[in-house]
Design a binder for this molecule. Sequence first.
Ligand SMILES: N[C@@H](CCC(=O)N[C@@H](CS)C(=O)NCC(=O)O)C(=O)O
Length: 230
Amino acid sequence: MAYKLHYWPGLPGRGEFVRLALEFAGADYEDFGGFGDDRDIATPSFAPPYLRDGDIVIGQTALILHHLGPKLGLAPQDEAGRLWLHQIQLTMMDFVNEAHDTHHPVGSGLYYEDQKPEALRRAEHFRTERMPKFLGWFETVVRGNPHGRGHMVGDAVTYADLSIFQILAGLDYAFPKATARQIGDYPSVAAIAKTVGQLPELSDYLASDRRQPFNETGIFRRYPELDDPD
Ligand SMILES: N[C@@H](CCC(=O)N[C@@H](CS)C(=O)NCC(=O)O)C(=O)O
């Protein structure tokens, strides 16, 4: 039975982390916009993305990937490895939240234009403190991988490799100047992202119109005033 991925149409957002895993594995899935009829079920998700896998409905991006990883061959075999991978993904989603909050520091329900002074302050802190802290931790993770620096975890592609690719693409879209200035400090992370972008398993997808471009309704938004000054 096909997986059903529920996510908002028109933006890659958090749904893209799940979509990359499904696409890499060539899984049979359908992309649904929004909630459909799933608000009244016994296990309603707080917000998309969520995944329907038969009778199971799972929300939270990292948890969806934790469920899919072993089924799609994108997670280690052992429990310790799967938990480590899950921990990394949870940290990645924390970072994604912080990237989102650069343009919505006061409230998600408010317009960006109504929180611009706070956004300028938050974005500067994000670029100068949080980006280096998170990217530095991801670099430490790769360098500490006993199987070598080709992957975040283990010796094969996992969903964390796909996610770091998406995160770096998002940072490059939203903060091109800050990313260009900083990325050289994280060569192992950058190398994984580059490798993922060239994986034959993803080439058709990345060239297709199923791969949605970043835009100013998503998590990673390009507001030049939030990027590094020249
Ligand atoms: N921690 C959740 C966050 C989910 C989330 O914030 N989803 C957004 C779209 S990317 C949403 O629809 N939020 C609605 C809301 O927060 O009210 C995850 O990682 O999946």
